[in-house]
Write a protein that binds this ligand. Structure first.
Ligand code: GDP
Ligand code: MG
Length: 450
């Protein structure tokens, strides 16, 4: 995508307004990027519509070209749908917090149970795992192994496990009564959290869903986390919808984000269910577990390296008021002065901090070169020189003759040669500004490559 977007940027670079054609060209690339990332087709369509509408009514930015501006809107909308700020877990006010896991078989529930338990333990909670997946023969054993690794006790349905006697009425074969007995046990042993692992099937099925709903109704969870494999691709929508209707989950965990998947499933699930994504699972180890960051996910889905950071920095570096003043000046047909030139150089200096980032971006070679050749000390010298000029000299550099030059050189601690160089550069910049004025564009004057 980066390459394609870079060429879109190039084509749109010199235009000052967001036209429908500009917007549609960029949105076409964005649609392709989202489909590449395996975002579900209807979600892509719907998303493109949202972005288009916003872009059409957007104010034209002084700092960004149209393509960058559309990308910025895309990113904001992505972050919006993915949940904005991270949403923390809901904890019970009294008694143990009940967290129930749901999802297809192989989604990563049992692995997540261990990761979450370890994470909570590290935060000072005293979690216990409850094995309510009685579907697969070795599911209970798997949870016990995970619990052992995390150093967290596991409540399992066999009397005699960890010494507990079967509670009255508990049948070892019934996940609902096992879950309930787990909750009761947690209360007596004063565990602050229980994580209830449940069964999954390869496809969504009614019996499984009813079982999950029954467990939910019995233990009344504070959180029902829907675990979904990030590699699921286009099936994400149907699966998420089925679980949303079946158990009405409260949050999502995206698993296997360590794979090749670009995470389009995250966008599909978030858009279709409106539920927040709380965590990401990123490997087979217990510590491969992260709080979900919508902004990071957005750039992963867009696969744009640091273009987004770059846009942010460009906006910061470019003082909007200055841009408006400059644009107005050009429109009024007034000339570009040495004072304006100084402002531009200072802005370029602010962008010097972007140098490192530019190195990581494809297609930004030209701009990187400009910044590489840019010397911060030079701006300091230019500042000193211009400050040593009289207002009349600043307004009209043509009057700066030989004796004025040596006066300015002395005043600024520079040499006449440096004054000559500056005046030459300024002259070239002024010509360029006049050229732009003729062309009618009031884009981003004097910023090479932007
Ligand atoms: P469950 O059926 O939903 O309980 O899924 P499991 O927790 O048993 O996981 C199924 C398989 O996926 C196991 O082989 C796990 O080791 C693996 N797995 C789970 N989470 C991750 C993850 O985040 N990354 C990777 N690479 N593998 C995972
Ligand atoms: Mg399992």
């Amino acid at each position: 995508l980066s390459d394609r977007l870079t060429s879109t940027f190039k084509n749109l670079r010199s235009k000052g307004r967001l036209s429908e054609a500009d917007i549609d060209a960029t949105i076409r690339e964005i649609r392709r990027a989202l489909l590449d990332a395996d975002v579900a087709v209807p979600v892509v369509r719907d998303f493109a519509g949202i972005v288009r509408e916003r872009a059409l009514s957007a104010e034209v930015s002084g700092a960004l070209n149209p393509a960058q501006q559309v990308v910025k809107i895309v990113n904001e909308e992505l972050v919006n749908i993915l949940g904005g700020e991270h949403r923390p877990l809901n904890f019970a006010k009294t008694g143990p917090t009940v967290i129930m896991l749901a999802g297809l078989q192989g989604a990563g529930k049992t692995t997540l149970a261990g990761k979450l338990a370890l994470n909570l333990k590290e935060q000072g909670h005293t979690p216990m795992l409850v094995a309510a997946d009685l579907q697969r023969p070795n599911a209970v054993t798997q949870l016990k192994v995970v619990g052992e690794r995390a150093g967290v006790p596991v409540y399992a349905p066999h009397p005699g496990n960890q010494g507990e006697a079967a509670l009255p009425g508990v049948s070892a074969g019934d996940p609902v009564s096992v879950a309930l007995a787990g909750l009761e046990t947690a209360k007596t042993r004063q565990h602050s959290v229980i994580i209830v692992d449940t069964a999954g099937r390869l496809g969504v099925d009614q019996e499984l869903m009813e079982q999950a709903a029954d467990i939910r109704d019995a233990i009344n969870p504070n959180e029902i986390l829907f675990v979904i494999d990030a590699m699921i691709g286009q099936d994400a929508v149907a699966t998420a919808q089925a679980f949303n209707e079946g158990v009405n989950f409260t949050g999502v965990v995206l698993s296997k984000l360590d794979g090749d998947a670009r995470g389009g499933a995250a966008l599909s699930v978030a858009r279709v269910t409106g539920k927040p994504i709380l965590f990401a699972s990123t490997g087979e180890k217990l510590t491969d577990f992260e709080v979900f960051h919508p902004d990071r996910m957005a750039s992963r889905i867009l696969d744009m390296g640091d273009i987004l950071t770059l846009i942010e920095q460009a906006e910061k570096a470019f003082d909007t008021q200055e841009a408006e003043r400059m644009a107005q000046k050009i429109q009024d047909g007034k000339d570009f002065t040495l004072a304006d030139f100084l402002v531009q150089m200072q802005q370029l200096r602010n962008m010097g901090s972007m140098k490192k980032m530019l190195g990581m971006l494809p297609g930004m070679g030209q701009m990187r070169e400009a910044l590489d050749n840019f010397d911060e000390r030079e701006v300091n010298r230019i500042e000193a020189i211009i400050q040593s000029m009289t207002p009349a000299e600043r307004d009209n550099p043509k009057i700066i003759n030989g004796s004025r030059r040596s006066r300015i050189a002395k005043g600024s601690g520079t040499t006449v040669t440096e004054i000559n160089q500056l005046l030459q550069r300024f002259d070239a910049a002024q010509k360029m500004m006049r050229q732009m004025n003729k062309g009618g564009g009031a884009g981003m004057p004097g910023m090479p490559g932007m």
